[in-house]
Design a protein around this ligand. Structure first.
Ligand SMILES: CC(=O)SCCNC(=O)CCNC(=O)[C@H](O)C(C)(C)COP(=O)(O)OP(=O)(O)OC[C@H]1O[C@@H](n2cnc3c(N)ncnc32)[C@H](O)[C@@H]1OP(=O)(O)O
Ligand SMILES: O=C([O-])CC(=O)C(=O)O
Length: 465
């Protein structure tokens, strides 16, 4: 059994939410930048105080196992937008996923929180009003078009180039118009860095759907014309439209939830950390996020959602129509005995089922068409069997499903069957957290990242002394 209930039910949190939302919600219709101008000074003060009063306070030990174990467990980064609890999962400025789904404004006519609302929460720590969220949608739609040289660049890629490589290259090329880089060349003061960084970050988030949709069109449907951005739609409404799913409101709602949910997972995960590391050199946000996408493209991280679907479909083909727990168990053992990992299971920090997995499953549970889907049923049944098998296998510290176990099957059911594209959607999402940190790192004046490394000989010498 799970160690603790991963999160409260929607209804049980509603009472607290009204209070939380009330104290966080702004009465005004201030823009994102205006809101940031208000919330940055107290945070700068908080950091100053931490430095002055606690610079020498010890918060943990570093053991040899941490050094050789991928720095697992070392508390070593400042990250404002979210904190991951191994048992409860992610909290965005203290708010759980069900709480966010309850209070973050949806798109007009929709029910799911939008990525814009999530971005606002991540950046400011405040729940936006519906007007603020829609104002941000309008700003993103206005800035969403790609420069024509980036369109030409992306159109020149071979169809066989992985969509994640294309996304990373397209994002890097956007730095041609970086406001931060131009401001740096002009000699802008350090204390002013965050404003041009924010400008780049908003532009990046705005342009990601056009870039990602263009890659989808080029690779899979080269004869299909690309739909232009509709200034009246939210970010995901436009993305879904450009992908060719604009007439499927359920798919658009799923994408809103998916993109909002995958937005941030504290700072230590490989993509977020990469963005922060590269950004700490004062490389502009496009270069920092392009690097992050390369980390996301690894199969132990974001590419796992592609691998999960590939693996589940192969399982489906092999098992045929008689899907039983025993058949699934046998398939799981074959995967493990062949020396492969079970994609979508395990985690570097989590020690319970991922609440993002639970939220995506919850989306399926409320829709009979999704419940009837054989692929979704297979994913659900695998989640019932795999933890016991992985426990018996005895290696992974977390035998439960992570978000990638569930994210692809709904896309597949709605007709987005090209697995190699799945991580691109993750890439559209992860920008929310990465850009938030880039803005805050500049606002707080965080330094270049430079941990100390040791060779094994140097480590042995250190141990002897
Ligand atoms: C959005 C995300 O990035 S979520 C993660 C997506 N990735 C996946 O789903 C891929 C499958 N999972 C994994 O490979 C791992 O669980 C990771 C990469 C997520 C975490 O890695 P770690 O923190 O090193 O996991 P952990 O400490 O539990 O690993 C211990 C051992 O269990 C193995 N293990 C971990 N998860 C699995 C798994 N799902 N299947 C089989 N073996 C596993 C590890 O490979 C490791 O084996 P080793 O001692 O032979 O090297
Ligand atoms: O936190 C991690 O290491 C991996 C993960 O789930 C994410 O980045 O979303």
């Amino acid at each position: 059994m799970f160690k603790r209930v991963a999160f409260q039910s929607y209804t049980s949190v509603t009472g607290n939410l009204a209070r939380n939302a009330g104290c966080r919600r702004l009465a005004s219709t201030k823009t994102l930048e205006e809101t940031l101008r208000e919330v940055i000074p107290p945070k700068q003060e908080q950091l100053k105080k931490l430095k002055a009063e606690h610079a020498q306070t010890v918060v943990g030990d570093v053991k040899v196992e941490n050094i050789i174990g991928g720095m697992r467990g070392i508390k070593a980064m400042l990250w404002e937008a979210s904190v991951l609890d191994p048992i409860e999962g992610i909290r965005f400025h203290g708010m759980s996923i069900p709480e966010c789904r309850e209070v973050l404004p949806p798109a007009p006519g929709g029910k799911e929180m939008t990525p814009e609302s999530m971005l606002w929460l991540l950046m400011t720590g405040k729940v936006p009003t519906p007007q603020q969220s829609q104002q941000l949608s309008a700003e993103l739609a206005e800035k969403g078009e790609l420069p024509s040289f980036v369109e030409k660049l992306v159109d020149s890629f071979p169809k066989t180039l992985h969509p994640m490589t294309q996304l990373s290259m397209g994002v890097a090329a956007l730095n041609h118009d970086s406001a931060f880089q131009a401001a740096y060349e002009r000699g802008v003061k350090k204390t002013e860095y965050w404003a041009p960084t924010l400008e780049d970050c908003i532009n990046l988030v705005a342009k990601l759907p056009s870039l990602a949709a263009r890659i989808y069109r080029n690779v899979y449907y080269p004869d299909r014309p690309l739909v232009p951005i509709d200034r009246n739609l939210d970010l995901t409404g436009n993305y879904s439209n450009m992908l060719g799913f604009g007439n499927n409101e359920n798919m658009t709602e799923y994408l809103r939830l998916y993109i909002a949910l995958h937005g941030d997972h504290e700072g230590g995960n490989a993509s977020a950390h990469t963005s922060h590391l590269v950004g700490s050199t004062l490389a502009d946000p496009y270069l920092a996020y392009s690097a992050a996408l390369n980390a996301l493209a690894g199969p132990l991280h974001g590419l796992a959602n592609q691998e999960v679907l590939r693996w589940q479909i192969a399982m489906q083909k092999e098992i045929g129509d008689t899907i039983t727990h025993d058949n699934i168990k046998e398939y799981l053992w074959r995967t493990l005995k062949s020396g492969r990992v079970v994609p979508g299971y395990g985690h570097g920090v989590l020690r319970n089922p991922d609440p993002r997995f639970v939220a995506l499953q919850d989306f399926c549970k409320t829709r009979p068409d999704l419940q009837a889907s054989p692929t979704i049923q297979l994913v659900q049944q695998t989640a019932e069997v795999a933890p016991e098998v992985l426990k018996e296998h005895g290696k992974t510290k977390n035998p439960y499903p992570n978000v990638d176990a569930a994210s692809g099957c709904v896309l597949y059911h709605y007709g987005l069957t090209e697995f190699k594209y799945y991580t691109v959607i993750f890439g559209v999402s992860r920008a929310l957290g990465a850009v938030t940190q880039l803005v805050w790192a500049r606002a707080l004046g965080l330094p270049i990242e430079r941990p100390k490394s040791y060779s094994m000989d140097a480590l042995e010498k250190l141990i002897k002394n």
